[in-house]
Design a protein around this ligand. Sequence first.
Ligand code: OAD
Length: 241
Amino acid sequence: MGDLSKIETVVNWLQSSKKTVVLTGAGMSTESGVPDFRSASGWWTKTDPQQVATVDALESNYPLFHEFYSMRIQLLDKCSPHKGHYILADWEKRGILHHIATQNVDGFHSKAGSRKVDELHGSIYTFRCHSCGRDASKEAFLAKERCAHCQGCLRPNVVLFGEMLPENAWRSALSNIQSADVVIVIGTSLEVYPVNQLPMMTKGKKVYINKEAASHASYFDCILEGKAKEVIMELDDRLIG
Ligand code: OAD
């Protein structure tokens, strides 16, 4: 749970901010039942990302790549946004929040009703051929079909290590963060470049919401240590308007 005086400080910043941007990572969705990557129960403690989440993995061991992403897609089909996602969407409608940039590929912010969302690491719900780039269906990917046009390997539209981030999403996130009065960073270890550079790009107040926040203590103007959903609910309880 966030410390009460810190919660009040952040609420004051939010109420006087003309532009607030949220940047989320996998910790935003763990309370929906989706594992993150680097916590004790995260994907990368069981699986080496080099073996499944790189261009080389896709090209040199497609069966393992396919198994990993199929498993994640099937798990996500059973999960849905939680109250924290819905509160952020409500803040957008109320003019409290202006933009979300996310590393998450689960689409939960949009599912909860947020409209201004930059998916910096792509989406796991749309698919293409890795060779010719043509769109493909989820069913074709899950059935391990080859591209109908060129026989290439099908893949989700997620960003793999070694690939560029989607340019429009990156530009939008960067310019929104640069011009923000408040940036709230939620549930990310900030281990992965280049998204981990984004919080440094603002002149606004920087807030970090994370269940284990110690390693970033000196960098943020305020740290609310706790679970994303609970801290967002605490902030929401005190926001007026
Ligand atoms: P990480 O797993 O690296 O970090 C998640 C952070 O959220 C950790 O600091 C956790 O302590 C924290 N956390 C977990 N549950 C939480 C909760 N309920 N409330 C608050 N904090 C919580 O995930 P990301 O930083 O998102 O990229 O990882 C960045 C990228 O690395 C991912 O997009 C993915 C991964 O490799 C690719 O695959 C390209």
